[in-house]
Design a protein around this ligand. Structure first.
Ligand SMILES: [Zn+2]
Length: 601
């Protein structure tokens, strides 16, 4: 049993999240965390909303509200959506808390004291027409590395490289098209070259572990070849102040990505403080045996396999310049950066302005959350880009979830309820019965190993293969034909075997489909829940700031990842519907809804 940190990418609070977002970081991290709890590990799953940076400032300006008001609104929407999907965070918080500010400033202070935060004169962009600072993200141009025409001043979304606005070919303002003027400004740069050797050793060691997805480790090693100091402060007045004399009162703040990745640590510390054991977070961060898994979409690999580990190495004093760790002690680097590819929609990139979007909220209002969770698990962008289409969503929901698994549960519960009213005892098992139970039981080892290696698509495919075997057993054994008195003992045995198979499949499916597995658990005579669910708490800030909603939960009732023998005599209630079959007309209705909106993604 290990301490396992499940560090889930922080959704950006400039608007509601669409299903492409939760396909990348949300559902896969929840499946993994739920499974690891069942496997007996002590999981700490943390995240929150990322609320600083230029896009929030610009969006707030447009809406005539303060950035904090905008962040408050979107934080709440995102909290409700992620809880509605059943994502089992121990703490989902936000970056505008005094706790996060203090942790981010402590990281900066120690990294600076260790010599890895270097002051440099750099070039900042000004809008000639307004005289205001033009943030990097609002400058577009051609990427000097890959030639992509829509690269931003901070990053190229095509090749994933970080950029400086001054490097762009033909730079222009995204706001009004004008060419920016560059002026001199002072900033702090993270001395990445002084950390390159330590980063390289860490990546080599991770590669040798053989657990990372090959494209993620290759990308990470590649960007190390062109490593340069990166600005970790910005000309902006929305964000965390720079904790140094002479800098605090300037209109400069910590770079949003410098602070966002620190959220994994600050959320762990906040979780510990809220549980009344303020040092408990150290078990996941200082202990060299602790494991940490970071979940994100591929556009964020750089920040998790270079910037964040570099911040940690600099804090620990483990780069070329030496140094010593601050009060948090030696902080452990990621065990694994688990990155997914992109989800497109109806063949196009998600874009609210072009009408190519489906928000999590819309899905939750119109469909069962597990229908989306099933689609993402079975057909999501795990190791290659994948496409969400409404036709495929309806096909998978009806053909696999309802006709495969739902039908098995329904007919098993119905036959037992009608024939016995309770789970019957088994007489002697024949070879077919034993073979089926063995097939189902083998699933625990096979499926568990696949989830542990982040092969969730294969894992759920394997469970659905087992479900198909159980359905075939029903067809072959034909219990519905056993009506005579002298066939009643055999009927009881078959239904007992089926009840055991359904129970085991429910256990295996519960990390993927927690809502419906809790229903199946009740339908098969169980008590309580098999998949503990998150809840939203309205909490006071720990340090006197404004209160806010968090996602948290008590997951101690999570059962072990193993077969649990069913008990003959357990009453089976009158069957009730669990899965909703979708009318094919859903496809046209939803395509009709995809009308362009005005705000851009
Ligand atoms: Zn590029």
């Amino acid at each position: 049993m290990s301490k396992v940190l499940s560090a889930v990418a922080w959704p950006y609070a400039n608007g509601p999240r669409h299903i492409g977002h939760v396909a990348g970081f949300g559902v896969p991290s929840d499946v993994f965390s739920r499974y690891m709890r069942m496997a007996g590990h002590d999981v700490l799953m943390v995240s929150g909303t990322d609320e600083h940076g230029t896009p929030i400032l610009v969006a707030a300006d447009e809406q005539g509200v303060s950035p904090k008001e905008l962040a408050d609104k979107n934080n709440r929407v995102i909290v409700e959506d992620l809880a509605g999907l059943g994502l089992s965070y121990d703490l989902f918080t936000r970056t505008t808390t005094p706790n996060h500010y203090a942790v981010a400033q402590e990281m900066f202070t120690t990294v600076h004291a260790n010599g890895y935060m270097v002051e440099q004169t750099t070039s900042g962009a000004i809008s000639p027409s307004t005289g205001r600072t033009l943030p990097d993200r609002y400058i577009e141009g051609t990427c000097p590395i890959c030639g992509y025409a829509g690269a931003r001043g901070d990053q190229c979304d095509n090749c994933g490289n970080q950029l400086d606005a001054t490097e762009l070919v033909n730079p222009h303002s995204k706001i009004n098209g004008e060419t920016p003027v560059f002026v001199e400004t002072q900033h702090f740069f993270l001395d990445l070259p002084a950390l390159a050797e330590a980063l390289g050793e860490w990546l080599d060691e991770r590669e040798a572990s053989g657990t990372w997805r090959p494209n993620v480790i290759k990308f990470s090693q590649n960007i190390l070849k062109d490593i340069r100091p990166r600005a970790m402060t910005r000309d902006i007045d929305w964000g965390i102040p720079i904790p140094l004399d002479g800098w605090r009162d300037q209109p400069k703040r910590l770079y949003v990505w410098f602070d966002a990745v620190i959220g994994y640590l600050s959320a762990s510390i906040e979780w510990a403080r809220r549980t009344g054991k303020p040092e408990a977070w150290r078990d996941w961060w200082n202990d060299t045996d602790a494991l940490s898994y970071y979940f994100m979409g591929k556009d964020n690999i750089t920040f998790h396999s270079q910037i964040w580990p570099a911040e940690l190495l600099a804090y620990d004093g483990l780069g070329d310049k030496g140094g010593k760790p601050g009060p948090y002690g030696v902080l452990q680097l990621p065990t694994e950066v688990v990155s997914s590819e992109f989800l497109t929609m109806e063949g196009k990139q998600f874009s609210s302005s072009r009408g190519v979007v489906i928000y999590v909220r819309d899905i939750l209002e119109r469909y069962q959350p597990d229908a989306l969770r099933y689609f993402i698990s079975a057909a999501g962008p795990e190791n290659q880009d994948s496409d969400f289409t409404w036709a495929e969503f309806v096909k998978r929901t009806n053909g696999e979830l309802v006709a495969g698994w739902g039908n098995l549960v329904n007919r098993t519960a119905t036959m037992i309820h009608r024939s016995f009213g309770q789970i019957p005892a088994a007489a002697e098992l024949n070879a077919d019965d034993k073979a089926l139970l063995a097939t189902v039981n083998e699933g625990f080892a096979t499926v568990g190993a696949l989830i542990e290696r982040h092969r969730q698509k294969q894992a759920i495919g394997e469970i659905m293969r087992v479900v198909a075997e159980v359905n075939k057993y029903v067809t072959d054994q034909a219990p519905f034909k056993l009506k005579a008195d002298d066939e009643r003992e055999r009927l009881g045995t078959i239904l007992h075997v089926l009840a055991q198979a359904v129970s085991d499949c429910t256990t295996m499916l519960s990390p993927f489909l927690p809502h419906s597995c809790n229903q199946v658990h009740l339908a098969m005579g169980g008590q309580g829940v098999i998949a503990p669910m998150p809840r939203i708490d309205e909490v006071d800030d720990l340090d006197g700031g404004d209160g806010y909603p968090i996602i948290t939960g008590d997951y101690t009732a999570t059962p072990r990842w193993e077969s649990r023998p069913i008990t003959a005599g357990t009453p089976i209630p009158k069957p009730f519907p669990i899965f909703t079959k979708l009318d094919p007309s859903v496809v046209d209705e939803e395509l009709e809804r995809l009308k362009p909106e005005t705000d851009d993604e």
